[in-house]
Design a protein around this ligand. Structure first.
Ligand code: MCA
Ligand code: AMP
Length: 498
């Protein structure tokens, strides 16, 4: 095939009257209309001078047109770089510069100060991009692309400072969508309740690509709103969410067995689903949530079985086509079953490296092609993987990743702070949330209110500490390393209801 990703996910729907998107106002978008929109956008992107392999950055709100922009990039061979709408202008500036994006599509509300050529697109489908596209043809000659050509960059924060652009190929995306659609038994009869953001793997490549592949439809909600989930659940057959989706639903008495009796499947991922949530969900609804595990760099790696036992507190077994080993973090040598080690994975799902950072790529991709996930786990006697911790200094808040180092570097530079440590504290809604522990530089405490204020322009809100603690000195072990485990214990209760 000339462009297998486009030809498999999109092209079969050309002219189709089947519904692709159900919108909250009751309107629908057919597959045929969606494909026409993709072609119109592809014309604009090429008219802007974008050529195969060029990067297009998008910081836009979730909408049918935002999805069409992704399709346009696939059809025109352009590398799609979706960005969290929570990123500040400072963060966006870095992504534009690092990726060398030739064009930025952004919401007029988020318009940054940048030299990168920019078109706008709002959540309601207005802006300079749709204006320019309006009279363009609804067909476009698909640009040929091979399996190893790049389809997308997704930026992931790093353990050492700056974010890295994870390069995902056409084969990475297509192979994983095919594996998941089969494993989870998706068909054209499915309707996915979609309330996730579409700038990350979960909402875009897992949710959307599966539905495009199988020809099913999505109830396409702008964001998580429990009322909307409950209102639209009767229309759906399946739902995907981060654990916060499930805890919020469980907190609502309207969410019960009757409302979910017709549902085929609930899937959770991006952050650990507490075994307790899994069990409460089953007690309330009779459904066992299917938990799976993935990463931006690898797409999905493991999943609980569709038919077999969905085991609470585990992420299931390796997906077909994914080789997984629990290995010694230093050497990569596989450990005997039952021992705790680092999860390493290899397969068509694993990314092509970090954009223009060969040394970072070499640090995480072993010479034999296994990727080091930084997740610590053990495999039980039945082959289920139990994630027990993280080797990386990462906090996952509501399904978004925050690397402690990125926040600490900003805190360390603040007057009155000698040094800082950012750790995760359990949070009843978000799973975990960042807490900052600051060692004071002199006799007076740093002003944490102005510190918090100073972060507003530089750091996305979800990365900002939700609690500050000032101490005389950070605890260190005999090697001089900050004892984060001790700090985590100190702040373990800060978000617990008193
Ligand atoms: C919003 N806020 C957050 C988060 N989201 N703070 C911390 N963590 C978050 N995740 C802040 C806002 O800045 C705001 O702060 C306040 O919370 C309320 O904002 P709102 O937009 O109303 O929040 P929400 O609608 O309640 O959103 C929470 C959410 C959402 C539903 C958990 O963040 C979400 O949909 N998360 C899913 C993320 C996801 O898709 N991850 C997949 C990554 P203030 O009031 O102070 O201004 S892909 C991945 O991880 C891998 C590959 C995988 O395996 O899937
Ligand atoms: P990211 O690639 O930045 O979106 O985040 C990937 C990380 O999320 C993984 O390395 C895990 O630490 C975590 N993760 C994803 N799914 C799960 C899960 N089901 N259980 C526990 N952690 C998960």
């Amino acid at each position: 095939m000339a462009n297998a990703l486009y030809d498999t996910l999109f092209a079969p729907h050309r002219g189709s009257e089947a519904v692709f998107l159900h919108l909250p106002d009751g309107s629908t978008v057919t597959y045929g209309r969606f494909l026409g929109r993709i072609a119109q956008f592809a014309h604009i992107l090429t008219a802007q001078g974008l050529r195969p392999g060029d990067r297009l950055a998008a910081q836009i709100h979730k909408s049918p047109d935002a999805l069409a922009l992704y399709g346009a990039c696939v059809q025109a061979g352009i590398i799609f770089l979706p960005l969290n709408t929570a990123y500040t202008g400072a963060e966006l500036g870095y992504f534009l510069e690092n990726s060398g994006a030739s064009l930025l599509i952004c919401d007029p509300d988020l318009t940054p100060d940048t030299a990168t050529p920019t078109l706008t697109l709002t959540a309601t489908g207005t802006g300079t991009l749709p204006d320019a596209a309006a009279n363009r043809p609804t067909t476009f000659d698909t640009i040929p692309r091979g399996p190893d050509d790049l389809a997308a960059f997704l930026y992931t924060s790093g353990t050492t400072g700056r974010s890295k652009g994870a390069m995902l190929s056409h084969k990475n995306l297509l192979s994983n969508a095919q594996t998941l659609a089969t494993h989870w038994r998706f068909t054209a009869d499915d309707t996915l309740l979609h309330a996730l953001p579409i700038f990350h793997t979960h909402g875009l490549f897992v949710g959307t690509n599966i539905m495009l592949l199988t020809g099913g439809s999505m109830v396409f909600l702008p964001k998580l709103d429990t009322d909307q989930l409950i209102t639209h659940m009767p229309q759906a057959t399946t739902m995907m969410g981060v654990p916060t989706f499930y805890t919020r639903l469980l907190a609502d008495p309207r969410f019960d067995a009757k409302l979910t009796a017709h549902m085929r499947l609930f899937i959770s991922g991006s952050a650990p689903l507490l075994a307790d949530t899994h069990m409460q969900f089953e007690t309330r609804t009779g459904h066992r949530i299917l938990e799976r595990y993935g990463m931006t760099e690898t797409n999905m790696n493991t999943s609980n079985p569709y038919d077999g036992e969905r085991r609470a507190g585990t992420v299931g077994q390796p997906l077909p086509g994914v080789e997984l080993r629990i290995a010694d973090p230093d050497t990569g040598a596989p450990l005997p079953r039952g021992e705790i080690g680092q999860i390493e994975v290899r397969g068509d799902n694993v990314f092509q490296g970090y954009w223009q950072m060969p040394e970072k790529t070499a640090e995480e991709l072993r010479p034999d092609g296994f990727f080091q996930t930084g997740d610590l786990a053990r495999e039980d006697a039945d082959g289920y993987i139990h994630i027990v911790g993280r080797a990386k200094d990462l906090i996952i808040t509501g399904g978004y990743n925050v690397y402690a180092k990125e926040v600490e570097s900003l805190l360390d530079a603040f007057p009155g702070v000698l040094e800082s440590a950012v750790v995760a504290a359990p949070h009843p809604d978000l799973g975990e949330a960042p807490v900052a522990i600051l060692a004071r530089a002199g006799d007076t405490d740093p002003d944490t209110d102005s510190l918090a204020q100073s972060l507003q322009d530089t750091l996305a809100r979800f990365k900002q500490p939700r609690h500050y603690l000032v101490v005389d000195a950070l605890p260190r072990n005999t090697m001089g390393k900050v004892q984060k485990a001790a700090l985590r214990a100190t702040v373990a209760d800060v978000f617990q209801p008193s």
